[in-house]
Design a binder for this molecule. Sequence first.
Ligand code: SF4
Ligand code: SF4
Length: 245
Amino acid sequence: MLPAVYNGLVRMLPDVTNVGGSWDERDLYWVMEQAGLHAQAAHPEFLCRSGCNHCCTGDQMPLVSSIEWRVLYPTIYGLPEGSRRLIVRQLREQWGPILHMLLKGHAGYLDGEQLRIVPKAVESCVHCPLLLFGKCSAYAGRPFQCRSFGTFARQAAGQVEPFMCGQARAHIDRNFPTDTALPILNPYESKLVALEGPNPVAALLPLWLAAHVEGADFSQTCTLQPDFGLAVSRLQATLGLTGKV
Ligand code: SF4
Ligand code: SF4
Protein backbone atom coordinates (compact mmCIF):
# COMPACT_ATOMS: atom_id res chain seq x y z
CA MET A 1 0.00 0.00 0.00
CA LEU A 2 2.62 2.54 1.05
CA PRO A 3 4.93 2.15 -1.99
CA ALA A 4 1.82 2.88 -4.06
CA VAL A 5 1.34 6.13 -2.12
CA TYR A 6 5.01 7.01 -2.56
CA ASN A 7 4.88 6.19 -6.27
CA GLY A 8 1.78 8.34 -6.65
CA LEU A 9 3.60 11.27 -5.08
CA VAL A 10 6.66 10.72 -7.28
CA ARG A 11 4.35 10.75 -10.32
CA MET A 12 3.45 14.33 -9.34
CA LEU A 13 7.06 15.49 -9.75
CA PRO A 14 6.88 16.32 -13.48
CA ASP A 15 4.27 18.98 -12.61
CA VAL A 16 6.37 20.48 -9.81
CA THR A 17 7.53 23.96 -10.77
CA ASN A 18 8.97 25.50 -7.63
CA VAL A 19 10.79 24.98 -4.33
CA GLY A 20 9.05 26.37 -1.26
CA GLY A 21 7.11 28.93 -3.29
CA SER A 22 3.49 27.79 -3.63
CA TRP A 23 3.04 25.19 -0.86
CA ASP A 24 0.80 22.99 -2.97
CA GLU A 25 1.24 20.10 -5.42
CA ARG A 26 3.49 22.30 -7.61
CA ASP A 27 5.96 22.75 -4.75
CA LEU A 28 8.81 20.25 -4.26
CA TYR A 29 8.96 20.85 -0.50
CA TRP A 30 5.20 20.27 -0.21
CA VAL A 31 5.33 16.96 -2.09
CA MET A 32 8.29 15.86 0.05
CA GLU A 33 6.36 16.77 3.17
CA GLN A 34 3.41 14.60 2.06
CA ALA A 35 5.79 11.66 1.56
CA GLY A 36 7.26 12.20 5.03
CA LEU A 37 3.82 12.52 6.64
CA HIS A 38 2.62 9.28 5.01
CA ALA A 39 5.74 7.47 6.21
CA GLN A 40 5.29 8.76 9.75
CA ALA A 41 1.59 7.86 9.84
CA ALA A 42 2.13 4.32 8.61
CA HIS A 43 5.04 3.24 10.81
CA PRO A 44 5.91 3.05 14.48
CA GLU A 45 7.37 6.32 15.75
CA PHE A 46 10.56 7.52 14.02
CA LEU A 47 13.41 8.49 16.34
CA CYS A 48 13.54 12.12 15.08
CA ARG A 49 11.73 14.50 17.38
CA SER A 50 11.74 18.16 18.23
CA GLY A 51 14.92 19.06 20.10
CA CYS A 52 17.00 16.23 18.62
CA ASN A 53 19.76 18.03 16.79
CA HIS A 54 22.84 15.80 16.48
CA CYS A 55 22.43 15.98 12.70
CA CYS A 56 22.80 19.78 12.90
CA THR A 57 26.30 19.54 14.38
CA GLY A 58 29.90 19.07 13.32
CA ASP A 59 30.61 17.80 9.85
CA GLN A 60 27.02 17.51 8.73
CA MET A 61 26.26 20.97 7.38
CA PRO A 62 23.82 20.93 4.46
CA LEU A 63 24.97 21.83 0.97
CA VAL A 64 22.54 24.55 -0.11
CA SER A 65 21.82 25.72 -3.65
CA SER A 66 20.61 29.18 -4.62
CA ILE A 67 17.07 27.90 -5.19
CA GLU A 68 17.00 26.68 -1.56
CA TRP A 69 18.65 29.84 -0.26
CA ARG A 70 15.94 31.94 -1.88
CA VAL A 71 13.47 30.23 0.50
CA LEU A 72 15.73 30.01 3.53
CA TYR A 73 17.05 33.56 3.66
CA PRO A 74 13.71 35.38 4.09
CA THR A 75 12.97 33.00 6.97
CA ILE A 76 16.27 33.95 8.61
CA TYR A 77 15.85 37.66 7.93
CA GLY A 78 12.29 37.49 9.30
CA LEU A 79 13.57 36.39 12.72
CA PRO A 80 13.71 38.93 15.56
CA GLU A 81 16.86 41.04 15.42
CA GLY A 82 18.20 39.48 18.61
CA SER A 83 17.99 35.98 17.08
CA ARG A 84 19.71 37.14 13.89
CA ARG A 85 22.53 38.70 15.89
CA LEU A 86 22.93 35.50 17.89
CA ILE A 87 23.19 33.51 14.64
CA VAL A 88 25.88 35.91 13.39
CA ARG A 89 27.73 35.57 16.68
CA GLN A 90 27.62 31.77 16.54
CA LEU A 91 28.80 31.88 12.93
CA ARG A 92 31.74 34.13 13.78
CA GLU A 93 32.78 32.36 16.97
CA GLN A 94 32.35 28.74 15.90
CA TRP A 95 32.91 28.76 12.14
CA GLY A 96 34.98 31.93 11.62
CA PRO A 97 38.41 30.32 12.09
CA ILE A 98 37.61 27.33 9.83
CA LEU A 99 35.30 28.96 7.27
CA HIS A 100 37.97 28.86 4.53
CA MET A 101 37.99 25.06 4.83
CA LEU A 102 34.40 24.99 3.57
CA LEU A 103 35.20 26.71 0.28
CA LYS A 104 35.14 24.71 -2.92
CA GLY A 105 38.60 23.47 -3.78
CA HIS A 106 39.86 24.05 -0.22
CA ALA A 107 37.46 21.73 1.47
CA GLY A 108 38.02 18.39 2.89
CA TYR A 109 40.43 15.79 4.05
CA LEU A 110 40.13 12.03 3.87
CA ASP A 111 39.35 10.27 7.11
CA GLY A 112 39.56 6.64 6.08
CA GLU A 113 37.31 6.60 3.02
CA GLN A 114 35.16 9.47 4.16
CA LEU A 115 35.70 13.03 2.95
CA ARG A 116 35.44 15.34 5.94
CA ILE A 117 35.60 19.10 6.34
CA VAL A 118 35.56 20.05 10.00
CA PRO A 119 38.79 19.15 11.82
CA LYS A 120 38.13 16.47 14.41
CA ALA A 121 39.62 18.64 17.15
CA VAL A 122 36.80 21.19 16.83
CA GLU A 123 33.98 18.97 15.59
CA SER A 124 32.24 18.76 18.95
CA CYS A 125 32.34 22.57 19.30
CA VAL A 126 30.56 23.56 16.07
CA HIS A 127 26.94 23.32 15.08
CA CYS A 128 24.74 24.90 12.46
CA PRO A 129 24.61 28.62 13.27
CA LEU A 130 20.84 28.47 12.77
CA LEU A 131 20.50 26.17 15.76
CA LEU A 132 19.29 28.38 18.60
CA PHE A 133 18.61 26.96 22.05
CA GLY A 134 18.65 23.42 20.64
CA LYS A 135 16.14 24.04 17.84
CA CYS A 136 16.29 25.06 14.20
CA SER A 137 15.43 28.77 14.16
CA ALA A 138 14.60 28.67 10.44
CA TYR A 139 12.66 25.40 10.37
CA ALA A 140 9.98 26.64 7.94
CA GLY A 141 12.62 27.48 5.34
CA ARG A 142 15.14 24.74 6.08
CA PRO A 143 17.01 23.33 3.10
CA PHE A 144 16.32 20.13 1.15
CA GLN A 145 18.78 17.97 3.09
CA CYS A 146 17.29 18.94 6.45
CA ARG A 147 13.77 18.16 5.17
CA SER A 148 14.64 14.66 4.04
CA PHE A 149 17.13 13.48 6.67
CA GLY A 150 15.50 11.07 9.10
CA THR A 151 12.46 9.91 7.10
CA PHE A 152 13.62 9.03 3.58
CA ALA A 153 15.81 6.30 2.09
CA ARG A 154 18.39 6.79 -0.63
CA GLN A 155 19.46 4.57 -3.49
CA ALA A 156 23.16 4.35 -4.33
CA ALA A 157 25.11 1.68 -6.18
CA GLY A 158 22.01 -0.51 -6.36
CA GLN A 159 21.47 -0.42 -2.58
CA VAL A 160 18.69 1.35 -0.72
CA GLU A 161 19.86 2.80 2.59
CA PRO A 162 17.93 4.84 5.17
CA PHE A 163 18.95 8.50 4.90
CA MET A 164 19.38 9.25 8.61
CA CYS A 165 21.84 9.09 11.48
CA GLY A 166 23.16 5.81 12.89
CA GLN A 167 20.87 5.89 15.93
CA ALA A 168 17.77 6.46 13.79
CA ARG A 169 18.78 3.53 11.56
CA ALA A 170 19.33 1.30 14.56
CA HIS A 171 15.93 2.36 15.91
CA ILE A 172 14.27 1.30 12.64
CA ASP A 173 16.15 -2.01 12.61
CA ARG A 174 14.98 -2.73 16.15
CA ASN A 175 11.38 -1.49 16.02
CA PHE A 176 10.05 -1.46 12.47
CA PRO A 177 8.72 -4.48 10.50
CA THR A 178 11.31 -6.04 8.19
CA ASP A 179 9.25 -5.08 5.11
CA THR A 180 9.24 -1.38 6.06
CA ALA A 181 9.14 0.89 3.03
CA LEU A 182 10.41 4.46 3.18
CA PRO A 183 10.04 7.10 0.46
CA ILE A 184 13.03 7.09 -1.89
CA LEU A 185 14.81 10.44 -2.05
CA ASN A 186 16.48 10.11 -5.46
CA PRO A 187 13.59 11.35 -7.66
CA TYR A 188 13.21 14.40 -5.41
CA GLU A 189 16.95 15.12 -5.68
CA SER A 190 16.73 14.85 -9.46
CA LYS A 191 13.82 17.28 -9.50
CA LEU A 192 15.75 19.74 -7.33
CA VAL A 193 18.69 19.57 -9.74
CA ALA A 194 16.36 20.07 -12.72
CA LEU A 195 14.75 23.13 -11.09
CA GLU A 196 18.18 24.60 -10.31
CA GLY A 197 18.94 24.74 -14.02
CA PRO A 198 22.44 24.85 -15.55
CA ASN A 199 25.41 26.10 -13.49
CA PRO A 200 23.71 26.19 -10.09
CA VAL A 201 25.40 28.01 -7.24
CA ALA A 202 25.84 25.73 -4.22
CA ALA A 203 27.78 26.04 -0.97
CA LEU A 204 27.72 24.75 2.57
CA LEU A 205 25.25 26.62 4.74
CA PRO A 206 27.78 28.57 6.89
CA LEU A 207 29.21 30.08 3.68
CA TRP A 208 25.80 31.39 2.58
CA LEU A 209 25.38 32.93 6.03
CA ALA A 210 28.85 34.49 5.91
CA ALA A 211 28.02 36.03 2.53
CA HIS A 212 25.05 37.86 4.08
CA VAL A 213 26.61 39.18 7.28
CA GLU A 214 26.57 42.97 7.63
CA GLY A 215 28.23 44.13 10.83
CA ALA A 216 26.66 42.24 13.72
CA ASP A 217 23.45 41.46 11.79
CA PHE A 218 22.44 40.18 8.36
CA SER A 219 22.01 42.27 5.25
CA GLN A 220 18.48 42.98 4.06
CA THR A 221 19.52 41.96 0.55
CA CYS A 222 19.43 38.31 -0.48
CA THR A 223 22.26 37.55 -2.90
CA LEU A 224 21.96 34.42 -5.04
CA GLN A 225 25.45 34.51 -6.57
CA PRO A 226 27.77 35.60 -3.76
CA ASP A 227 31.54 35.65 -3.92
CA PHE A 228 32.04 33.15 -1.10
CA GLY A 229 35.84 33.56 -1.08
CA LEU A 230 35.51 37.30 -0.56
CA ALA A 231 32.84 36.79 2.13
CA VAL A 232 35.16 34.44 4.04
CA SER A 233 38.11 36.85 3.75
CA ARG A 234 36.00 39.72 5.05
CA LEU A 235 34.55 37.80 7.96
CA GLN A 236 37.92 36.37 8.94
CA ALA A 237 39.52 39.82 8.71
CA THR A 238 37.07 41.06 11.35
CA LEU A 239 38.40 38.26 13.57
CA GLY A 240 41.98 39.31 12.95
CA LEU A 241 42.58 36.27 10.71
CA THR A 242 44.08 37.06 7.34
CA GLY A 243 45.53 35.12 4.44
CA LYS A 244 43.53 31.94 5.05
CA VAL A 245 41.78 31.86 1.66
S1 SF4 B 1 18.35 12.00 12.05
FE1 SF4 B 1 19.13 11.32 14.06
S2 SF4 B 1 20.07 13.16 14.97
FE2 SF4 B 1 18.74 13.85 13.29
S3 SF4 B 1 16.76 14.34 14.29
FE3 SF4 B 1 16.67 12.20 13.53
S4 SF4 B 1 17.28 10.97 15.29
FE4 SF4 B 1 17.93 13.07 15.72
S1 SF4 C 1 19.11 24.54 8.84
FE1 SF4 C 1 18.05 23.92 10.73
S2 SF4 C 1 17.66 21.71 10.46
FE2 SF4 C 1 19.25 22.29 8.96
S3 SF4 C 1 21.25 21.90 9.94
FE3 SF4 C 1 20.68 24.04 10.37
S4 SF4 C 1 19.63 24.01 12.36
FE4 SF4 C 1 19.65 21.91 11.55
